[in-house]
Design a protein around this ligand. Structure first.
Ligand code: MN
Length: 295
């Protein structure tokens, strides 16, 4: 069926990819698939996505990234394989494994560390994760930090029509199923699994941002656009429905991201994302003077 002639079809505006890998600390070999300094408000309310996949040998050492600050947004870590341990100055912390999510609201400021889970480090093995940065509305940037541990068993898993696959609702809602993660603006973060040769139709609000990173496999969007593994389809903001088809022979992981654009100015520097340059200088000062706390 050709859906591209439908006036409500939400069209792909670009395929986002990045062939350059970089290390976050010594634990996370990632590719940044999109970022606000390249895509700006086209990806709002999302700011950045790092995707990492690798194989680690057993070690007694701690692999990861030590104490560093954040202010003005949320870091969302989704573990597909392996384990991540986190500790922050707001008192949040814990280890998450396959299927679990950490939703950390840095807001007014935290200092945290991110390492491989101790047990995983000892045994080694396959590691696959994504870290998404979600922007906060200007009015919430200086709110109190919060740590939400969202475990696999708490995430509703909903079947797609025609046995096409499943939707794990991390945040937002799908077909009346509400995800456990609380958010500051209207958005959806779903872990969608699409079976080989199957397709699914999705409906979104007019004007919403939609980004579909694909992890593993190949999909075709609206019958025309091909998206390969470790690429993300970015959509035009107009339109209300689109179709995703798994054209490969394996299950595809689609990280379904949609939401109402914030349409506020973005000023960022490293681990701080605010609305003005003055607020960035203030964040640096506050971090240096210890106002974001210590571990
Ligand atoms: Mn961090």
């Amino acid at each position: 069926m050709d859906t591209t002639t439908n006036t409500a079809t939400k069209k792909v505006s670009g395929i986002l990819r990045n062939n350059r890998m970089h290390w976050v600390g010594d634990g996370f070999p990632v590719r940044t698939l999109f970022a606000y300094n390249a895509q700006g408000n086209d990806i709002s309310p999302f700011l950045m996505l790092d995707y990492g996949k690798g194989e680690f040998p057993p070690t007694e050492e701690r692999r990861g990234v030590g104490e560093h600050p954040h202010r003005g947004f949320e870091t969302v870590t989704i573990v597909y394989e392996g384990s991540v341990e986190h500790r922050d100055s707001g008192g949040g912390g814990g280890a998450i494994t396959r299927g679990d999510v950490q939703w950390m609201t840095a807001a007014s400021g935290v200092v945290h560390e991110e390492f491989h889970g101790r047990e995983f480090a000892k045994s080694g093995g396959a590691f696959e994760m994504a870290q998404l940065w979600v922007n906060l509305p200007a009015k919430d940037k200086m709110t109190t930090p919060r740590y939400q541990e969202v475990l696999d068993k708490e995430i509703p898993k909903v079947a797609l029509p025609d046995d096409a696959g499943t939707v794990r609702v991390i945040a937002g809602s799908y077909a009346g199923n509400q995800g456990p993660a609380k958010t500051y603006s209207r958005l959806n973060v779903w872990d969608v699994r699409l079976q080989p040769g199957r397709a699914a139709e999705f409906a979104v609000n007019e004007g919403d941002t939609v980004i579909l990173p694909i992890f593993g496999g190949t999909v075709r969007v609206n019958g025309t656009e091909t998206v390969e593994a470790a690429e993300a389809a970015l959509f035009e903001q107009s339109g209300t429905s689109f179709r995703v088809e798994n054209t490969g022979t394996d299950e595809v992981k689609v990280l379904f991201l949609s939401g109402e654009p914030l349409n506020e100015p973005i000023a960022g520097y490293g681990p701080f994302v605010m609305n003005t340059q003055d607020e960035i200088y203030q964040a640096m000062k506050d971090y240096q003077s210890g106002k974001m706390g210590h571990l």
